[in-house]
Design a protein around this ligand. Structure first.
Ligand code: NAD
Ligand code: IPM
Ligand code: MN
Length: 347
């Protein structure tokens, strides 16, 4: 038998609520199989910081690095909590994990399930995946301010784009497209961000020579938001930078019928470090502790995790159970009721 070491970071707000359901599903789908998930829970996030001032202690970070994979709920408190003003849980914990574990692919699929009500009247057959770059762009923390607090304050936040970093994520995106509907859309803002834009376009052109079967398209990010609303079925694989990808995937979640359905994988394709799976959404302080959160995104993140580990049959079972549950959804159910229903629908 096979043991998978899974680090679990439930986090804050609805994070622990949705992770509980995701683990129920993981346990049920692997019960009786020859794979055992050995789980270690790490209490990290805003709650932990408020308790003891720790964001990501070195010993815990080292232990997490030794895992085979990571499942994360959501971290972060209420955006306006003054006690968290100087904590920066997002940068010190979430982004630290993504950067240090070299999660250069942030894979965010969107499907409009036929039985789910999308805010779009006529979404069509929507099934695309955003390949969001995960280790560069404006997220790197390359910036600074001077004359802080004065009328002459200057704040810089530099977007870093390297040929190495862009090429590896673009190559991954082409491989995805090649295995899907063979259509890749680069989304950027090359008309304004000319330096990074030139690099992304050049790399896409170059890598495209290795994937002649993939049709390549380009959209400025502002226009991409139009088409995500007016004609989302046109997309197959979108490849884009860290910040554009963040914004587009919340929009994608919304058009799919709710951010509570949107799953993601922060992937280190080389296998040097554990990959991390988490819903696209945050800790949702507005509904935390009320069993109102949709755990589907966390459960579909488990499906991405299983796929990543090569457990494709188990992944397919989870996805199928989610589809069946979505087809049967009627009125409001609690977080746990949705999790239980999906467990009951596993084959
Ligand atoms: P959010 O995603 O937490 O919430 C946005 C809206 O979506 C809220 O109305 C919320 O109730 C709703 N929502 C989110 N998940 C839902 C679910 N599963 N079911 C039903 N409704 C859901 O975004 P925010 O309010 O901007 O951020 C809250 C905190 O979460 C912040 O501290 C932010 O930094 C953090 N955050 C963390 C992650 C992460 O850990 N990966 C991601 C995004 C935001
Ligand atoms: C996400 C979140 C994070 C991001 C934040 C919390 C750092 O919004 O996972 O989409 O911007 O990547
Ligand atoms: Mn986001």
């Amino acid at each position: 038998s096979n043991t998978v070491k899974l680090a679990v970071i439930p986090g804050d707000g609805i994070g622990p609520e949705v992770v509980a359901e995701a683990l129920k599903v993981l346990d049920a789908v692997t019960a009786g199989s020859d794979v055992t998930f050995e789980k270690t829970e790490y209490r990290l996030g805003a709650g932990r910081f408020l308790d003891d001032g720790e964001v990501l202690p070195a010993a815990e970070f080292e232990a997490i690095k030794q895992a085979d994979a990571i499942l994360l709920g959501a971290v972060g408190g209420t955006p306006n909590d003054p006690r968290l003003a100087n904590a920066n849980i997002e940068r010190g914990l979430l982004l630290k994990l993504r950067f240090e574990l070299d999660h250069y692919v942030n894979l965010r699929p969107t499907v409009v399930y036929p039985t789910v009500e999308s805010p779009l009247k006529n979404p069509g057959e929507v099934d695309f995946v955003v390949v969001r770059e995960g280790t560069e762009g404006p997220y790197v923390g390359n910036g600074g301010s001077i004359r802080v607090g004065t009328p002459h304050e200057v704040a810089n936040e530099v977007s870093v784009n390297t040929a190495y970093g862009v090429e590896r994520v673009v190559r991954f995106a082409f491989a995805q497209a090649s295995a899907r509907r063979r259509r890749l859309t680069l989304v950027h803002k090359t008309n304004v961000l000319v330096f990074a834009g030139k690099l992304w376009r050049r790399v896409v052109d170059e890598v495209s020579a290795d994937f002649p079967e993939v049709e390549v398209d380009y959209l400025h990010v502002d226009a991409a938001t139009i088409f995500l609303v007016t004609d989302p079925a046109r997309f197959d694989v979108i490849v884009t930078d860290n910040l554009f990808g963040d914004i587009l995937t919340d929009l994608a979640g919304a058009i799919s019928g709710g951010i509570g359905l949107a799953a993601s994988g922060n992937i280190n394709p080389d296998g040097t470090f554990p990959s991390m799976f988490e819903p696209v959404h945050g800790s949702a302080p507005d509904i935390a502790g009320q069993q109102k959160a949709d755990p589907t995104a966390a459960i579909l993140s488990v499906a991405l995790l299983l796929t990543h580990l090569g457990l494709t049959d188990a992944a397919a079972e989870v996805t199928a159970a989610v589809r069946q549950d979505l087809a049967a959804r009627t009125d409001a159910r609690s977080t746990a009721e949705i999790g239980d229903s999906i467990v009951s629908l596993l084959s």
